[in-house]
Design a protein around this ligand. Structure first.
Ligand code: NAG
Ligand code: NAG
Ligand code: NAG
Length: 488
């Protein structure tokens, strides 16, 4: 056989293998999309959220790949479409023109030999690049291996994995926990922070850089627990805000201390300074929690035209997720802008949230034993005399779970009481003395003042929502119905 014929045959074989691979991939994607559309029909809508990103069907955890590409915001999430409990991780995908109205796109990543654990996204030229943790089960203790993978897209809809994965295969000291890469660009380099744990089980964050996304140089341990900040730091994020640097992460294994650290795992931040010459992060303010509610974890931020926007998983590990019997579980919080004020971060709802207002429910005084009813959604601006107690109950018009929000003037604490499971924190207003409360079917988000104290909590009332006042004082309440901004 002439050499050119055999090379032609060889090329044909390659081409057909490649096409077969692509068509199998396309078939699998189509089957998954059809499964999702079909399964969606049987979801019970009672606790579905109307203006929060939720999984089309099945399970959701961490927000991933929060980015802006080709004119839209992209938000991915840890996703298991086939059941409403955690399973081999996919990346679900939603997009938005304004961070408030979201539509669903096809599942972006599905597992091959690796589960597609958390990660981030960044635009490189025409491409959207995803960097994520590929998690493999192994035969030897600790029975998992975590390395960092890349995937690319030319259109923001279809993603293909890099054939040379993983691009970052091992921690400098061989420690196993190595996940949740958060990538950014500064000068000529890509940088990434990755969550990890020392051999003696202290949480830490590793910093790397690269000029081409494929070859990574370990720079330093950016931050590490002194032994009191948990055994693992998940979902690290690192960014500049008003001249300071913020290390935001989700430490696991903090012991409760009084009102603090009462969730299974926490999310919080350290404020400090950083120098791109020495790569040294010098903490200036001790670790603080970002949110004081029952359901807030695994945050990720985005720089949107100089605003630092944060989204968190609106749920918690190792707790019941009552909506799972309905065919879905988990949500992402509303997007919030982070602002630095002195020694703390504020969380503020985006201005675009005003576009959700869809009719007045009330505007004026709200007296003891009065109630307001909301058809599943609402926003309340609540003003009261902070010298006196405030006490509000939110209940279902047909029963189910209720929840209490209180202001205790003697101890100056805001309290969110979910059936005796209390979260509370001191609040000294730095400006506004109002509360802004967002209600959505099975969730509340309470922003106090300028956002110096925020609670994100899920609860499960039946029917519509009734807000009852048991405050001796007359409050002033402006209340709105909010429209739907995510698919049913
Ligand atoms: C995980 O697998 C990679 C190969 O993909 C290997 O280089 C690395 O050493 C493994 N990690 C650990 C902690 O053994
Ligand atoms: C509520 O939203 C619908 C649909 O977007 C719109 O047609 C209607 O005018 C809105 N109503 C009010 C009072 O904002
Ligand atoms: C509520 O009432 C106050 C005082 O009357 C008024 O200034 C405000 O504009 C009203 N808000 C809305 C949304 O109508």
């Amino acid at each position: 056989m002439a050499a050119w014929i055999s090379s032609l045959l060889f090329l044909c074989v390659i081409a057909s293998v490649h096409l077969k691979y692509l068509s199998e991939d396309e078939d699998a994607k189509r089957e998954l999309a059809e499964y999702i559309q079909e399964t969606k029909k049987s979801i019970n809508p009672r606790w579905r959220l109307h203006y929060h990103v939720i999984p089309p069907v099945g399970w959701m955890n961490d927000p991933n790949g929060f980015s802006y590409y080709k004119g839209e915001y992209h938000l991915f999430f840890q996703y298991y479409p086939y059941d409403s409990v955690w399973g081999p991780m996919h990346w679900g995908h939603s997009v938005s023109p304004n961070l408030v109205d979201w539509r669903e796109l096809p599942t972006a990543l599905a597992p091959d030999e690796e589960m597609c654990f958390s990660g981030s996204a960044l635009v490189d030229g025409d491409k959207l690049v995803l960097m994520y943790t590929g998690r493999l089960n192994t035969d030897t203790d600790p029975f998992y291996n975590e390395t960092q993978y890349l995937a690319f897209s030319d259109d923001g809809v279809n993603f293909y994995k890099y054939e040379g994965n993983p691009v970052l295969a091992r921690t400098p000291d061989g420690a196993y926990d190595f996940r949740d890469p958060k990538i950014w660009k500064y000068g000529d380099y890509w940088y990434v922070v990755i969550g990890s744990s020392t051999h003696d089980a202290r949480g830490r964050v590793l910093l790397y850089r690269s000029q081409n996304l494929y070859d990574w140089e370990f720079l330093t341990v950016l931050g590490e627990s002194n032994g009191e900040l948990g055994y693992m730091w998940e979902c690290p994020d690192f960014f500049e805000l008003d001249g300071k640097y913020i290390l935001l992460m989700s430490p696991q294994g903090l012991e409760p201390q009084g009102d603090r650290y009462k969730n299974t795992h926490q999310t919080g931040y350290i404020i400090g300074s950083f120098n791109y010459e020495t790569f040294e992060f010098v903490p200036e303010v001790d670790f603080q929690e970002l949110d004081f509610g029952h359901d807030f974890y695994a945050t990720q931020t985005l720089d949107a035209d100089g605003k630092r926007i944060v989204a968190g998983w609106f749920s918690m590990w190792e707790l019941p997720h009552p909506e799972d019997v309905d065919g879905w579980a988990g949500a992402i919080t509303i997007m919030r802008e982070l602002k630095l004020s002195g020694n703390r971060l504020l969380q503020q709802p985006l201005d675009e949230m005003l576009s959700l207002r869809n009719g007045s429910v009330h505007n004026g005084s709200f007296n003891k034993d009065e109630s307001l009813v909301f058809e599943k959604t609402g926003e309340l601006i609540i003003n009261g005399d902070l010298e006196q107690k405030i006490e509000l109950e939110i209940a279902g018009t047909n029963g189910g779970n209720n929840i209490w929000i209180r202001w205790e003037p003697e101890v100056k604490k805001v309290v969110v009481d979910r059936g005796g499971d209390v979260r509370q924190v001191e609040w000294s207003p730095i400006g506004s003395r109002s509360w802004r409360l967002f209600l959505d079917a099975s969730s509340l988000e309470l922003f106090c003042g300028e956002g110096e104290v925020v609670f994100s909590t899920r609860f499960y009332p039946d029917g519509d929502l009734r807000v009852n006042s048991f405050s001796d004082q007359s409050l002033n309440v402006e209340a709105h119905k909010l429209r739907r901004s995510v698919p049913v």
